[in-house]
Design a protein around this ligand. Structure first.
Ligand code: C5P
Length: 218
C-alpha cells in the first residue's frame, strides 16, 4: 500500500489517546483523524432521526450516508451519544461502512495519526507505529469527571466509572473488531503521566519504531 507513515493510537475510553494523538500529529506535521467521531456521528444522527441504537439496518444506512455536517453535530461528546456510539460500533455493517473512509484517510501524505479501538488491528494492520494507550479505570474516570466539570456539566464519579467499565466491556467483548492491543503494539500506560509526559514518551517510541521498522511501502 503506498502512502505516508501511519501511526495507530488505540486504547480504551478516556485513556488520554485523543489528546496524545492530536499533539503527536501536530508535532510531526501529520494529519489527524479521531475515528471515534465517525461512530459518534453515526449514533447522533440515528437518534436525531428517531432511530434506535439497536436498529442495525438503520445504523448502517446512516453510516453509509455520513456527511461533513454530521461530523460537526453539537452533541457528539455527550454521554448519551457516547453510549449509543459504542452500541452501533458493535455492528459489522456499521464498521464496514466506516472502514473505507478511514483507509482512504490513512493514505494521506506525509503521514497520519489515527486514534480509535481497532486502528492497529483492523483499519491499518501495516501501520509503521502502533501505540496502545491505557490508564487505570480510576484515573480515566477522574479525568473524564474533570473534563465534564470543565464544560460545566454535572459529573458523578461513581456513574462515570460504571459507564466507563460498561463501555470497556462492550468494546473488548464484541465479536467484530474488539478492542485489544495489536501484537506489534507498544503499550503506553498514562496513569502517572500528564499530557506532556505522555507526548514525550510517545515521541521516543515513535522514533525508535521508525528506526526499527523499515519502510517497505516504497
Ligand atoms: O473514542 P470515542 O469514545 O469517541 O469512541 C466512541 C465509541 O466508538 C467507543 O466507545 C467505541 O465503541 C467506538 N469506536 C470503535 N472503534 C474506533 C473508534 C471508536 O469501536 N476505531
Amino acid at each position: 500500500m503506498s502512502g505516508g507513515i501511519v501511526i495507530a493510537v488505540d486504547g480504551p475510553v478516556a485513556a488520554g489517546k485523543g489528546t496524545l494523538a492530536r499533539r503527536l500529529a501536530l508535532h510531526l506535521g501529520f494529519h489527524y483523524l479521531d475515528s471515534g467521531l465517525l461512530y459518534r456521528a453515526t449514533a447522533s444522527r440515528l437518534l436525531a432521526d428517531g432511530g434506535r441504537a439497536d436498529d442495525e439496518g438503520a445504523a448502517e444506512a446512516v453510516a453509509r450516508a455520513l456527511s461533513r455536517e454530521d461530523l460537526a453535530r453539537s452533541d457528539l461528546r455527550s454521554e448519551a451519544v457516547g453510549q449509543a456510539a459504542s452500541r452501533v460500533a458493535a455492528m459489522a455493517g456499521v464498521r464496514a461502512a466506516l472502514l473505507a473512509f478511514q483507509q482512504r484517510f490513512a493514505a494521506t501524505l506525509p503521514g497520519v495519526v489515527i486514534d480509535g479501538r481497532d486502528i492497529g488491528t483492523v483499519v491499518c494492520p501495516d501501520a509503521r507505529v502502533k501505540l496502545f494507550v491505557t490508564a487505570s479505570p480510576a484515573e480515566r474516570a477522574r479525568r473524564r469527571q474533570q473534563e465534564l466539570l470543565g464544560r460545566g456539566e454535572s459529573a458523578d464519579y461513581a456513574a462515570i466509572l460504571a459507564d466507563l467499565e460498561e463501555r470497556d466491556l462492550r468494546d473488548t467483548t464484541r465479536p467484530v473488531a474488539p478492542l485489544r492491543p495489536a501484537e506489534d503494539a507498544v503499550t503506553l500506560d498514562t496513569t502517572a503521566l500528564d499530557a506532556d509526559g505522555a507526548l514525550q514518551t510517545a515521541l521516543q517510541i515513535v522514533e525508535s519504531r521508525l528506526k526499527a521498522v523499515p519502510d517497505t511501502a516504497i
